[in-house]
Design a protein around this ligand. Structure first.
Ligand code: CA
Length: 236
């Protein structure tokens, strides 16, 4: 999925961008302010491929949003939207790490063409950097990213400890497979761990609180009685 973040305070322009980019196959998250943009972005700094930032925003402006996004993700593509007269904007934008500019007013085809071109460049660079390594494991509403060691559910970042993440990674690599508690213990805590397998149960219980819709009736991280646990993944 091609994911894009749109920051634009004017409803009409924002709707226009959203409609046209969705129509072109993008998954779009749109927000009306820089503050809201950072809230969404910080949930998972590696979720979006491209951000389209309006320069003139109330409160935190587009340049500041650009600077903060770039601080946390050097790979994301960033397009700034500027008014025709704002030539100085381009100079400032270059210094804070934007990749491209679109001047207002713009046509749908111009916007989509620029976003497409940048998206292609960004994803090609990512593929070159990691030719055959799969960094995203998907399962139902979940996406596990082995590079950032994060997991999202419906695009929202789950707040996991490193141990919880490692357990989940093991399950994502072995979907629909019963994994013994001792296996999980060896894998995550190491063969030499001198402790009780109950620590696995404790972590699984905590994981369920974070990822299940109804933690007392788990539908993803299920129990295999007398043995261990199983990650349920629907076949596509
Ligand atoms: Ca504006």
């Amino acid at each position: 999925m091609k994911r894009i973040l749109i920051v634009e305070d004017e409803d009409v322009i924002r709707d226009f961008e959203v409609i046209n980019l969705k129509r072109s196959g993008y998954e779009v998250v749109d927000v009306p302010s820089g503050e809201a943009a950072m809230e969404v972005f910080d949930q998972n700094p590696f979720y979006f491929d491209v951000a389209v930032l309006d320069v003139m925003l109330p409160g935190m402006d587009g340049f500041e949003v650009c600077r903060r996004i770039r601080e946390k993700n050097s790979a994301i593509g960033i397009i700034m939207l500027t008014a025709r007269s704002q030539e100085m904007d381009k100079v400032n934008g270059l210094m804070i790490g934007a990749d491209d500019y679109v001047t207002k007013p713009f046509s749908p085809s111009e916007l989509v063409a620029r976003v497409d071109a940048l998206h292609r460049r960004v994803t090609m660079a990512a593929e070159r950097a990691q030719p055959q390594v799969v960094t995203e494991l998907k399962s139902g509403p979940f996406v596990l990213n082995t590079k950032s060691r994060t997991v999202t559910k419906n695009g929202k970042l789950l707040d996991l400890t490193q141990v919880e993440y490692q357990i989940l990674e093991y399950f994502f690599q072995n979907p629909n497979t019963a994994l013994g508690r001792q296996d999980i213990l060896n894998r995550v805590w190491g063969e030499g761990y001198f402790g009780d397998v109950k620590i696995v149960d404790v972590n699984v219980r905590r994981l369920r609180m974070k990822l299940e819709d109804d933690p007392s009736h788990p539908s993803y991280l299920t129990t295999v009685w007398g043995f261990g646990y199983k990650w349920m993944q629907e076949e596509n």
